[in-house]
Design a binder for this molecule. Structure first.
Ligand code: PEP
Ligand code: MN
Length: 343
C-alpha cells in the first residue's frame, strides 16, 4: 500500500500518517528526496488490513491511497513514478546520458589494471570495473587479489578519476571494500544472498545488483527490495544473461528484461553483454541491442591482453575493440533519443 500525500502537505500531517501506519502494525517508509511525499506501508497486508485503505485515505493531507499488488514495493514504479537517478561522483546512472562501465573481469596486476583503466577512459567509459574478490566456479581458479586488488583499483581511480565498481561476496569483506569502492557489485551468484543484500543496504554506497542466471525479474526486484528496505535507495539493476537450453553462448541475453524492468521499476537498468554472451565477438552486437532496447548503460569486460587473462579472457574485449564498440553504441543511443556524450 502507498499513501500519496497532497502536494506540499504539512509535515504534521505526514507525521500523523506515519504514526497511524505504525499503530496498525505496519512499517512506514518515506521516500526521501521527492517533492510530493509518498509513504509506503510495508508489512503483511491481509484481507482485513486491506479494509484500512479508506481510513488511510481520510487522514488529513492525504491525496489518495493505492495498493501495490506486486511483491516488490520500494523498487516498483507505483511507489516512485519517475526514473531514479543513481549518482556516483559526477556520473548519473539512469539519467539522460548513457553510462558505460568497463574494465577487466579481475584485477590481476598493477600494470594490467592501469593499462585497462587508461584505455577505457580514453574510449569513453565513465566508471572502472574490476574484481578483487572473485566468485569462481572452481576453488582452484584465481580467486582475486583481495586487498591488494582494491589498492590497485584505488590507484587507477586516482590516475583516471574513474569511480570504481567492484564485487562484494561476503559481508565480512564489506568494511574493507567500502574503504576503496564507489559502487558495490552483487554478483549473479549472490543475487539471492539475502543477508548480504541487507548488509549492502546499510553500507551507504550505491549497489549494482546483477540478475541471478536462473532468477525471475520479480525475484530480482525483491532482491533490490532487501537492499532498499535498509535505507539504501541507490540500486542499479543489471541484466547479465540467463541459463538457456542452448549452449551456443555462455548465457542467453534476456533483452526483454530491459524494457520490462524499466516498466516495472524506477531503478536504472544496465546490460552486461560480456557475461551474457561469453564471447568477445558477440559483445558489440548485443551491447547495441541493449542500448536500442532502452538500457541506461553497459558494463563491459576489457583486458589489455585477453589471451592472458586470469578470468573471463574469452569474453574480454581488447581496448581497440572496446573503443569501436563505444562508437557504435553511441550512434545507437543517439538514434533512440538518448544523450550520448563522451569525454
Ligand atoms: C563479473 O562481473 O565478473 C561476474 C562474476 O559477473 P556475474 O556475477 O554476472 O557472473
Ligand atoms: Mn567476469
Amino acid at each position: 500500500m502507498v499513501v500519496i500525500m497532497e502536494q506540499g502537505a504539512e509535515p504534521a500531517h505526514v507525521d500523523q500518517v506515519i504514526e497511524f501506519v505504525q499503530k496498525q502494525g505496519f512499517t512506514p517508509f518515506v521516500n526521501p528526496g521527492v517533492e510530493r511525499k509518498v509513504i509506503a506501508v510495508l508489512g503483511v497486508v491481509d484481507t482485513e488490513k486491506v479494509k484500512l485503505v479508506d481510513r488511510f485515505a481520510s487522514l488529513p493531507g492525504v491525496e489518495r491511497v493505492t495498493l501495490i499488488s506486486e511483491p516488490y514495493k520500494l523498487s516498483s514504479r507505483s511507489y516512485h513514478p519517475e526514473n531514479s537517478v543513481v549518482r556516483v561522483g559526477e556520473v548519473e546512472v539512469g539519467g539522460p546520458e548513457l553510462v558505460i562501465i568497463a574494465g577487466p573481469c579481475s584485477v590481476e596486476s598493477r600494470q594490467q589494471t592501469l593499462e585497462a583503466a587508461h584505455a577505457v577512459k580514453e574510449a569513453g567509459a565513465k566508471m572502472l570495473r574490476g574484481g578483487a574478490f572473485k566468485p569462481r566456479t572452481s576453488p582452484y581458479s584465481f580467486q582475486g587479489l583481495g586487498r591488494q586488488g582494491l589498492e590497485i583499483l584505488a590507484e587507477a581511480r586516482s590516475e583516471t578519476s574513474l569511480p570504481i565498481v567492484t564485487e562484494v561476496m561476503d559481508p565480512i569483506d564489506l568494511p574493507l571494500i567500502c574503504e576503496f569502492a564507489d559502487v558495490l557489485q552483487v554478483g549473479a551468484r549472490n543475487m539471492a544472498n539475502f543477508r548480504l543484500l541487507a548488509h549492502l543496504g546499510k553500507a551507504g554506497l550505491p549497489v549494482l545488483l546483477k540478475r541471478g542466471p536462473g532468477s525471475r525479474l520479480k525475484e530480482m526486484l525483491q532482491a533490490a527490495e532487501y537492499i532498499m528496505i535498509e535505507g539504501n535507495a541507490q540500486v542499479i539493476l543489471c541484466e547479465r544473461g540467463v541459463i538457456s537450453f542452448d549452449d551456443a553462448t555462455r548465457n542467453m541475453t534476456d533483452i526483454n528484461a530491459i524494457p520490462v524492468l524499466k516498466q516495472w521499476s524506477h531503478l536504472p537498468v544496465l546490460l552486461d553483454p560480456s557475461h551474457s554472451t561469453g564471447h568477445a565477438r558477440w559483445v558489440p552486437p548485443i551491447a547495441r541491442a541493449g542500448v536500442a532496447a532502452g538500457a541506461d548503460g553497459l558494463i563491459v569486460e576489457v583486458h589489455p591482453n585477453p589471451a592472458e587473462a586470469l578470468s573471463d579472457g574469452a569474453q574480454s574485449l581488447t581496448p581497440e575493440k572496446f573503443a569501436e564498440m563505444v562508437q557504435q553504441v553511441l550512434r545507437v543511443a543517439a538514434a533512440v533519443g538518448r544523450e550520448a556524450v563522451t569525454a
